[in-house]
Design a protein around this ligand. Structure first.
Ligand code: BGC
Length: 348
């Protein structure tokens, strides 16, 4: 009995030692890796562009954009610092538990992230157009969390230049309160496999600036960038936009943006509000989407884009223009050339 107890003690002591030393090693490994600073990370995002209408379409190509390897170099060479890659994971995962993501789709996303990284671009990848979640948040919570569990696990060894944005434009039935509950759960899932990853989180009601006041992010998690979208005035930026109601927006055709004081003051008012919130809350701001549809005239689009880009950078925000080569496109994929007025507006 005595001997048996002694042997047990020795075994327990041995195991404890092993655990203690492996913890210490873990600490050493962690200590070597300097934690990133969200404000620094936001500087790296700098001037970015959305690779929109590609992986966020129901199927890549369905909205006219299939990503090409050369795009990443073209973007880098033009002077951009980062890309935001909108991704419709919800169309490529099982509808029932365990909500497995199609491995071929993950490979395609890997390809995009690798190409961005190879070209020295920072990357923000997100969950985009999860329409069912917006319509029935409660019914889709488990699936949303399972998607993040898989995405986060898969990209846990990516460099710090890869950032996760939890959800594009929470809206519809996903109220500010439900979004606050969900973002905390989503963040907790991500943090399990990615304790040091920079996470991007947007305000409710489609990431509008006025809703920054309502966002609740766990106070002790400082590795967060907060994102807002800005398309005001919609009558100008979305004139003729079929997806928000052809009849309504047809009447907006011809609306210009000339940079007169009334127009610039509106931008300044909202951007100052976001900057004030950023200071009060000590969180960096990303302007994750802004731009004007191709049906607006080019002079107005260029003036508007330049004023927003400049106003964002002046306030220390990073930005992502919406978008690269589709209907808001700064790049013309048919001519294989930048639309110079828009490029100059973004990269002066
Ligand atoms: C949507 C796009 C849309 C853009 C401008 C984005 O958030 O994902 O589909 O074209 O906003 O309306």
């Amino acid at each position: 009995m005595f001997r048996a107890r002694n042997t047990l003690l020795i075994v327990v002591a041995g195991i404890s030692l092993l655990i203690a030393s492996s913890c210490a090693m873990g600490e050493k490994a962690d200590a070597k890796k300097k934690p990133v600073d969200a404000f620094e990370q936001n500087k790296h995002l700098g001037r970015g562009i959305n690779l929109g209408n590609a992986l966020d379409a129901p199927k890549e190509g369905e909205w006219g954009v299939t990503l090409k390897e050369e795009y990443f170099k073209i973007i880098k060479d033009a002077g951009f610092d980062s890309v935001r890659i909108p991704i419709r994971w919800s169309n490529h995962a099982l509808k029932e538990a365990p909500y497995t993501i199609d491995p071929n789709f993950i490979k395609r996303v890997d390809w995009a992230i690798d190409n961005a990284t190879k070209n020295g671009l920072y990357v923000m990848l997100n969950i985009h157009h999860y329409i069912e979640l917006m319509e029935k948040p409660k019914d889709n919570t488990d699936r949303f969390l399972a998607l993040w569990q898989q995405i986060a696990e898969h990209y846990k060894d990516s460099p710090d230049s890869v950032m996760f944005e939890l959800l594009n434009e929470p809206s519809n039935q996903l109220s500010p309160q439900l979004w606050n509950e969900l973002l905390a759960k989503g963040l907790a899932v991500v943090r399990k496999s990615n304790p040091g990853r920079t996470v991007v989180i947007g305000s409710a009601e489609s990431n509008i600036i006025n809703l920054l006041q309502k966002i609740q992010i766990p106070e002790d998690d400082r590795n967060i960038i907060v994102t807002v979208h800005y398309y005001t005035p919609l009558r100008f930026t979305h004139q003729g936009a079929e997806w928000i109601g052809a009849e309504k927006t047809k009447g907006w055709l011809g609306t210009k943006w000339t940079g007169e004081e009334k127009e610039t003051q509106e931008v300044i008012k909202y951007f100052d509000r976001a900057a004030d919130w950023s200071k009060e809350n000590n969180r960096p701001i990303n302007l994750g989407e802004f731009g004007a549809y191709e049906k607006a005239d080019m002079d107005s689009r260029a003036l508007y884009t330049a004023f927003l880009a400049k106003s964002a950078i002046e306030r220390g925000f990073s930005f992502d223009y919406w978008e690269f080569c589709s209907s808001f496109g700064a790049y013309d994929p048919k001519k294989n050339a930048w639309r110079e007025p828009l490029l100059k507006a973004l990269i002066p």
